[in-house]
Design a binder for this molecule. Structure first.
Ligand code: PMP
Length: 287
């Protein structure tokens, strides 16, 4: 296997050689933010949107931007070029840097900037054609879920409940309303209308979520962005999960019960085809 080349604080190096000090606040406090950008045929998908969300996360934790968007863009292309595989998943992480352990922000610490590439694993055909199983849980995470924080313990604990149950994801409710899943956004379809929870502090503003809403709008699919009750989800005709790596997947069982007729629905098939077309068009334009 070819060696992965990563970027750490101004240098490219093999992954095995990369080290960070134990006092990095990312390690001690989970004090940092991250991004994951999918790359198809060596072209980053929606990079400006990911950089905008990274800025939102940095602002949300009061961390000054360590690099300009132009610098991030050059580095992204550089990491892609230095790593094998045409389809990659580029991970960016910025932490508040290295300092003696104290909760308050350190004076003068330099942010740690890290980027790595992994192979992009998109869903198997079988998952697209048959859909996936999900379970449900109460969303017990903090109230700043719009920030893509590396403090992901809540998400990890929740995701493991899904894995333990043989499910792909955990669909969460807070105060009786749908939020999102542990690493994806969630949509429902009822009576032919696509329902999306609003982008607020309770969910991550997904880049794929935006693509789905744009495609629905451009193709005149009936759409409502509003709070969605747990009852509406449990009686939905279709449920979908979306993320940069999962793209759009149909949820065909929820807590062991069939969603709709237990197969990916007609609206899913339409949006999945539109998503694939859209991706191809964007990549062709970038080439
Ligand atoms: N919500 C959460 C909690 C996530 O971790 C992710 C994946 N990063 C998403 C939603 C989907 O976001 P995106 O479409 O930008 O991958």
């Amino acid at each position: 296997m070819a060696t992965d080349i990563i970027y750490l604080n101004g240098e490219f190096m093999p992954l095995e050689e990369a080290r960070i000090p134990v006092l990095d606040r990312g390690f001690i406090f989970g004090d940092g933010v991250y991004e994951v950008v999918p790359v198809y045929s060596r072209h980053p998908f929606r990079l400006p949107e990911h950089l905008r969300r990274l800025q939102h996360s940095l602002d949300g934790i009061r961390l000054a931007k360590p690099l300009t968007d132009a610098e991030w863009t050059v580095l992204t292309h550089d990491i892609v070029a230095r790593n094998p595989g045409d389809d990659q998943s580029i991970y960016f992480q910025v932490t508040r840097g290295v300092a003696r352990r104290a909760h308050e922000f350190p004076q003068g610490a330099k942010p740690t900037v890290f980027m790595m590439s992994s192979p992009l694993v998109t869903p198997a055909r079988e998952q697209v054609e048959n859909g996936v199983a999900c379970i449900t849980a109460t969303d017990f995470r903090w109230l700043k879920c719009d920030l893509k924080s590396v403090s992901l313990l809540g998400n990890c604990l929740l995701k493991q409940t899904a894995v333990d149950a043989g499910a792909a994801e955990v669909v969460m409710f807070r105060d009786g309303y749908l939020t999102e899943a542990s690493a994806s956004n969630v949509f429902a379809v009822r009576n032919g209308i696509l329902l999306a929870p609003p982008k607020n502090h309770l969910i991550l503003p997904g880049i794929t979520y935006d693509v789905v809403l744009e495609l629905a709008g451009a193709n005149k699919l009936p759409l409502e962005v509003r709070e969605i009750s747990e009852h509406e989800v449990r009686t939905a005709h279709e449920i979908w999960i979306t993320s940069s790596t999962k793209e759009v997947l149909a949820v065909t069982t929820l807590d062991g019960r069939a969603v709709g007729d237990g197969k990916p629905g007609a609206v899913f098939r339409r949006i999945h085809a539109l998503y694939q077309d859209f991706k191809q068009t964007v990549m062709r334009r970038a080439a």
